[in-house]
Design a protein around this ligand. Structure first.
Ligand code: ADP
Ligand code: MG
Length: 364
């Protein structure tokens, strides 16, 4: 069941095209997260869905109804912004009831809707307070409550946690996950630049970059099978290491040689014509392991050690076509700056990208 469908949607401001040919179907009950670096067009796309920006190309359908020219108030959507935009002189109850009052809904319906939202968001003790007597997280919950009261078909969130401090951001993120669980049929689109929020909240993530969709998939699908080097380095922290390599043997387990003498065999099929081809090998910092053997991937010199207790993060000296390699090893390690290490990884944890940055896994 499709709740929302974008077909070839684009957006230009004059000659500047900020979104190109966006195709995306969102099912009823999904929580889809748009993630990408600042300026990639996330808010613009969300605002086009809301009707706050015109769509300059393509079509938007909500519940199979063409929406391009329908005003925001008739689209059945509710939007929650980074700034809560509450009315400072109104109580929590009146802030949440305001939209229904304006729409002249019956008193009993308004009371029931506000009580329901307050229960879901655990705002019952605060209904008679003014916004200034609430914490940032509570204010954001009131803003979400105002959206719930409208009983929309689709909820849109634009970076709702960005104004909160780190601890509150984590707590409110968990509340949003619980909110989604308590409303399994409601469709939500959530915009963030924070890949941790995307990974923890999304049923599917849409990675945007430079006005294009780079990849759409479940969080762990993007982590395990990134379609290109952009997604590979955007999802996961620290970012995936990319090192230059050359294909030495082709077939179902493709052989590689690295500049420092390291070797690898990647369980990815390549063609005979690929022999000698320059590629990039991707390996996540948390997938690297120290080895004493001759069968290593990388030989590296430790430049910086960050001991975090639960993990130790090593930054290695750039050399041999491997710049900025990072390893994240579980636990505590007594390894000093200047030490030389040999690193390896399980073959199934290795990724391979062609000269355009596309994953070999996705090659037809
Ligand atoms: P994000 O939310 O991903 O950070 P935005 O959707 O806000 O990005 O912006 C995407 C791009 O569109 C940016 O390069 C921004 O400068 C541009 N943009 C946004 N609004 C306007 C506007 N009203 N006029 C011209 N360019 C705009
Ligand atoms: Mg934005």
């Amino acid at each position: 069941m499709t709740s929302l469908s974008l077909k070839g949607v684009s957006k230009s401001y004059g000659k500047v095209e900020v979104l190109r040919d966006i195709d995306l179907d969102i099912g009823k009950g999904e929580l889809v997260v748009f993630v990408g670096p600042s300026g990639c067009g996330k808010s613009t796309l969300l605002r086009m869905i809301a009707g706050l920006e015109t769509i300059t190309g393509g079509t938007l359908e909500i519940d199979d109804e063409h929406m391009n020219d329908v005003p925001p108030s008739r689209r059945g959507i509710a939007m929650v912004f980074q700034t809560y935009a509450l009315y400072p002189h109104m109580t929590v109850r009146d802030n949440m009831a305001f939209g229904m009052k304006i729409a002249r809904k019956p008193r009993a319906d308004i009371d029931a809707a506000v009580a329901n939202a307050a229960r879901i968001l655990q705002l019952e003790p605060y209904l008679d307070r003014l916004p200034k007597a609430l914490s940032g997280g509570q204010r954001q919950r009131v803003a979400i409550g105002r959206a719930i009261v409208r009983d929309p078909k689709v909820f849109l969130f634009d970076e709702p946690l960005s104004n909160l401090d780190a601890a509150l951001r984590v707590a409110t993120r968990i509340e949003i996950a619980q909110l989604k669980e308590s409303m399994p049929d409601s469709t939500m689109i959530y915009v963030t630049h924070d890949q941790v929020e995307a990974m923890t909240l999304a049923s599917r993530i849409v990675v945007l970059h430079g006005g294009n969709i780079e990849q759409v998939g479940a969080p762990l699908e993007l982590y395990e099978r990134p379609a290109n080097t952009f997604v590979a380095q955007f999802i996961g922290s620290p970012a995936m290491n990319l090192v230059d390599a050359e294909i030495t043997g082709t077939g179902a387990a493709t052989g590689l040689r690295l500049a420092d003498g390291g070797k690898a065999s990647v369980p990815i099929a390549s063609n005979p014509g690929d022999k000698g081809r320059a590629v990039r090998l991707g390996v996540r910092p948390e997938d690297l392991k120290i080895t004493q053997g001759d069968d290593y991937l990388l030989s590296v010199e430790v430049e910086i050690v960050e001991a975090l207790g639960e993990t130790t993060v090593f930054y290695f000296k750039p050399e041999n076509g491997a710049s900025g390699v990072i390893a994240k090893l579980p636990g505590i390690h007594q390894i000093a700056k200047g030490s030389r290490l040999r690193l390896t990884a399980d073959p199934e944890k290795l990724h391979l990208f062609d000269d355009k940055g596309h994953s070999f896994l996705y090659r037809s």
